[in-house]
Design a protein. Structure first.
Lengths: 114, 114
């Protein structure tokens, strides 16, 4: 069974640029959630994708957008990067309707915005 | 709306001592509760989860947590700390309705001294 993978591991961008982060879900899972973890904070929910559509969104502006593909992998896109976007971005996969809403996390992508 | 409060951003114990990490939650519906551990530069690993089957939950690496509805608490304990337990610990809540997103606390860094 393959776990959740994310790419790239680290990324450095400058303010105003755009970035795309990628996530491959665990085998058998059909739902992907994205979280932002700022330094010294707990992860915060950005949005969730199920059946290639956004299935819920946290308190993040529209410049945070995403995609889910037929193979259930997902992308997180951030436009017009700001310094405060520097964080660890975590992807979690799950199976919609599975018991306990259990999510399985990837290792994360560390984004630094200069 | 759900929320999680973790008391103490840092907890220091000696090797072999009792570990107690505190978590209080707020939820308008019966919750699912989780403890995750995060080692430096890594993603989140599930330690244990409360799913209403039993109030005392045993997890991996000797950790356990007790759900107390009257106190809205889900504190994490381990009888004897090991150096390898040094990491950041996050308490999270998910409700049993709607989509499966997690609301995290701010985390508690566990420091273990020899």
């Amino acid at each position: 069974e393959t776990g959740v993978t994310q790419s790239p591991t680290h990324l450095i961008k400058t303010r105003g640029q755009q970035v795309t982060l990628r996530c491959s879900s665990q085998s058998g899972h059909n739902t992907v959630s994205w979280y932002q973890q700022a330094l010294g904070q707990g992860p915060q929910f950005i949005f969730q994708y199920y059946r290639e559509e956004e299935n819920g969104r946290g308190n993040f502006p529209p410049r945070f957008s995403g995609l889910q593909f037929p193979n259930y992998s997902s992308e997180l896109n951030v436009n017009a990067l700001e310094l405060d976007d520097s964080a660890l971005y975590l992807c979690a996969s799950s199976l919609q309707g599975a018991p306990y809403n259990e999510q399985f996390f990837g290792p994360g992508t560390r984004l630094t915005v200069l | 709306a759900q929320s999680v409060t973790q008391l103490g951003s840092h907890v220091s114990v000696s090797e072999g001592a009792l570990v107690l990490l505190r978590c209080n939650y707020s939820s308008s519906v019966p919750p699912y509760l989780f403890w995750y551990v995060q080692y430096p530069n890594q993603g989140l690993q599930l330690l244990l989860k409360y799913t209403s089957a039993a109030t005392l939950v045993k997890g991996i690496n000797g950790f356990e947590a007790e759900f107390k509805k009257s106190e809205t608490s889900f504190h994490l304990t381990k009888p004897s700390a090991h150096m390898s337990d040094a990491a950041e610990y996050f308490c999270a809540v998910s409700d049993i309705s709607g989509y499966s997103t997690l609301t995290f606390g701010k985390g508690t860094m566990l420091l273990v001294s020899p």
